[in-house]
Design a protein around this ligand. Structure first.
Ligand code: T4K
Length: 400
């Protein structure tokens, strides 16, 4: 099913150090992406699409969306999955359904959507610092940011590793705050043996094309709370509770049948996707460990993981700077990313709100200046990953 490793035998690249950035030939003729989509059986997908077209039911809670919701709820192990058109809308609806307002504490070290989902609804995202090893929220920093206006916390399971769930639950309980999780990275990951998706009052999933598991575009709210699920379902469809009867302010958050068909198709191949990701992760880990100045952000070994993010930190003792390494990798057609540099607090809408936020976010600042995310996915083999490692090792010997 996957491209053969043989096509990507180790080259003499390292010994020659013929960097494309210096006019040499790129290590890869085609770009290697961080988010190249995983695609399951084409036949199964097209079969589903034909059925959808025959049925002429394309959206508005159709049968494929309902099947998809059931399969996701079963997979995650929750009572309810409310499928949405994307993860951002799912988060906006969850925030509103939970009646968050005023200030909500989030990490700055997350994709901008987490902060935007709040500010889009006139709620102030208050950024708390992260743990510099896991890159997840630091509970002590969260406590420091609580004010009388705080109504909630959104924890993010960054890179698929669980946020400090127990500690955040304790803080939420102590201060009477709502708690939800942004699990956009963590589909298929677990925390103390329980699949992520079942924690807090609800969790948000993203099935964007670039995720380990995708429905092209898509997202969901997953929860065990019946009332919240019902409210979110109404809000997803303009607040309609039947013909001519609107009972909530709402929006259009509906998933299409075609997206659900893609989701069902990919769900059938999910073990293959995660296995391939794990093999790539293990290759990166083995071949880059011990390289001076470079450290790996590990996936939890005692938990389930989708192994979708291969994250390294480039420290001061690495041969070249993080940004120079990215330049070298891009020149070699390895489209590594600096996700989420410079952090939400460094992006214009929030920088203007909190010009001095960096003083309160020292770990976010340090991590943000060091992270490089390396390519993976079902069209990248351990052979490719190995060659990427050769480039990284050679780049370490370049001088600024
Ligand atoms: N919370 C968190 C923590 C998130 O990470 C995200 C989304 C959300 C919430 C919101 O969920 P959604 O509303 O998106 O469902 C991507 C995604 O657009 C975004 O979904 C994702 N996080 C974020 C981390 O990454 P970009 O800016 O990296 O996309 P782009 O176009 O640069 O693509 C990335 C790489 O993938 C490129 O090398 C090209 C390649 N690619 C991309 C697409 C879409 C392909 O090869 N094929 C494709 O179809 O944002």
């Amino acid at each position: 099913m996957f491209p053969s490793d043989e096509k990507m035998m180790p080259s003499s690249y390292e010994s020659k150090r013929d960097f494309a950035i210096h006019g040499g030939v790129p290590a890869f003729s085609e770009p290697l992406h961080v988010g190249h989509p995983n695609v399951g059986s084409r036949e199964a997908f097209l079969h589903r699409v034909n059925e959808i077209l025959d049925r002429r039911w394309l959206s508005n809670n159709g049968p494929v969306v309902r099947e998809f919701e059931q399969r996701i709820a079963d997979y995650v192990g929750v009572k309810h999955c409310i499928a949405m058109c994307n993860g951002t809308i799912a988060m906006e609806i969850a925030i509103r359904a939970l009646d968050m307002k005023g200030e909500v504490i989030v990490p700055s070290w997350t994709f901008i959507a987490t902060a935007h989902a709040l500010s889009w609804q006139d709620i102030t995202p208050v950024f708390a610092d992260i743990d510099d090893v896991t890159h997840n929220l630091d509970p002590t920093a969260v406590r420091r940011m609580i004010t009388p206006r705080t109504t909630g916390i959104i924890g993010v399971h960054v890179w698929g590793r669980a946020a400090p769930i127990i500690e955040l639950e304790a803080i939420a309980e102590e201060h009477g705050l709502r708690l939800m999780f942004d699990a956009a990275h963590a589909f298929g990951c677990s925390y103390e043996g329980t699949r992520i998706g079942a924690f807090g009052q609800c969790e948000i999933l993203s099935f964007h094309a670039t995720k380990a598991f995708n429905s092209m575009e898509g997202g969901a709210i997953v929860t065990n709370d019946d009332e919240l699920a019902e409210k979110a379902r109404l809000m997803r469809n303009f607040g309609f509770a039947g013909y001519d009867n609107v009972v909530h302010p709402g929006t259009n958050g509906k998933m299409t049948e075609i997206c659900a068909a893609m989701g069902l198709t990919n769900l059938d191949s999910i073990d293959d996707f995660f296995d391939q990701n794990r093999r790539n992760y293990e290759t990166y880990l083995k071949e880059l460990s011990g390289l001076e100045g470079l450290s790996f952000v590990h996936h939890a070994t005692d938990e389930e993981s989708n192994y979708h993010y291969n994250v390294v930190e480039v420290g001061p003792s690495f041969g070249i700077s993080r940004d120079r390494l990215i330049e070298v990798l891009h020149a070699e057609n390895i489209l590594a990313r600096k996700y989420f540099w410079p952090g939400c607090h460094g992006m214009r809408p929030y920088k203007e709100l909190y010009p001095h936020a960096s003083l309160l976010l020292p770990n976010t600042e340090t991590v943000g200046s060091r992270v490089v995310v390396l390519p993976t996915g079902s069209n990248i083999t351990p052979g490719h990953a190995s060659k990427v490692c050769e480039v990284v090792r050679s780049a370490a010997r370049l001088r600024p």
